[in-house]
Design a protein around this ligand. Sequence first.
Ligand SMILES: NC(=O)c1ccc[n+]([C@@H]2O[C@H](COP(=O)([O-])OP(=O)(O)OC[C@H]3O[C@@H](n4cnc5c(N)ncnc54)[C@H](O)[C@@H]3O)[C@@H](O)[C@H]2O)c1
Length: 463
Amino acid sequence: MRIAMIGTGYVGLVSGACFSEFGVSVTCVDKDAGKIERLTRGDIPIYEPGLDQLVASNAAAGRLSFTTDLKAALLGADAAFIAVGTPSRRGDGHADLSYVFAAAGEIAEALASIPGDRTVVVTKSTVPVGTGRQVERILREALPPGRFDVASNPEFLREGSAIADFMRPDRVVIGTENEHARTVLRGLYRPLFLRETPIVFTSLESAELIKYAANAFLATKITFINEIADLCEAVGADVQDIARGIGLDGRIGNKFLHAGPGFGGSCFPKDCEALVRSAELVETPLSIVETVLRVNEARKSGMAGRIIAACGGNVAGKTLAVLGLTFKPNTDDMRDSPSLAILPELVRAGATIRAFDPEGMSEAKRLMPGLDYCDDAYAAMDGADGLILITEWNEFRALDLARVRHLLRQPVVIDLRNIYQPDEMMAAGLAYHSIGRPASGRAAGQPGGERITVKPASLRAIG
Ligand SMILES: NC(=O)c1ccc[n+]([C@@H]2O[C@H](COP(=O)([O-])OP(=O)(O)OC[C@H]3O[C@@H](n4cnc5c(N)ncnc54)[C@H](O)[C@@H]3O)[C@@H](O)[C@H]2O)c1
């Protein structure tokens, strides 16, 4: 089988490479000529573990190629996937569908000018309910009936584990009323059928909504545990015990119960926002998702205040080391990362930031040019008045704590991902602050640094 993948970003490139690994002949198309030029030379423009080898081996086998020429890519294609961006529309939070509609128009025009049988146009981008019908309308204006079919095939891969997610998904969702489209998509996902991956066939509308409902639910779960973490801090409980205690309940599940600085990334914030906006249009408000967005924004913007408090109430003139800038580990994606909400706030409060991230620094330098960027984690800490862990990259999970203690001018560690144990930090002479766990007070071994039991606010209030 042969497909064209339109949009060669995080989703299009991974999906295209994975389909080619399934044995499909894939042509990835992008408007960005620089990106296509790099890919043609085997240079992968994004960081995604394993993607370079997957692209190299399939390109070498002749199953995966890259072009800016849409018409050439569509010649003989059984399907054309739209995998372009759907960012938040500036000003109103609706999904900006201009890239999707532009791609649909270009596909229509290209298909009209080449001979061909029947092409299934599949929307893989995350799009609000009704978008598939509009794509269908755009195609109908340029093409005769029987020349095209439409389908929705939302993507659930996660950056950082995108290849495994695509190759072994929990499910594949295919929305279409058309038998030919169903047959083509079943054929493309054949290796997953053989592995008994559940394939959920639905209408176009349901497939579109499944994607938003999934992301909104996951964002809700994160926000829930974040609020429980705040409660834990107030009453002296440990959010990790709570997460384990509730996560073992099969009805709840243990995923997405990690308290932190608030969700970010290229999907959850903008997808929740778009879902809320599209629900408003049909006068069916989604008050839970609205609240999740509000609580999450407040959390992200309040994080700098927490950090300042942990640094003694003032960071003016202080130098803070920051480890992790991307919205999660194993990606270079900085879109809507909590670091973008936290660090400018600390700079405004007078702090100098010395930052390190294994993959996110070139984009971070563009977005936050006012920070000092360091070559590694320890260089960032050298002489700093505190260390902030924002993203839980594996290489930050096993820092040499004696070296950390030695390098920091003030032994304060603020861990927004709970990747260390309070006791080990205390033993290393570090004053450790984490999320939703009892604070460790000042570091043992420091002047006046005997263990201080912090009385929960509520208990203080009742004496
Ligand atoms: N990133 C994720 O983890 C993820 C996961 C699931 C779903 N999604 C959804 O998938 C879609 C794509 O996301 P992404 O992160 O891959 O975006 P991206 O910004 O990384 O990539 C989009 C690509 O499309 C290209 N493009 C735009 N218009 C084009 C056109 N007319 N023709 C050819 N190329 C065009 C851009 O140049 C860019 O390279 C979005 O709707 C997103 O919500 C993303």
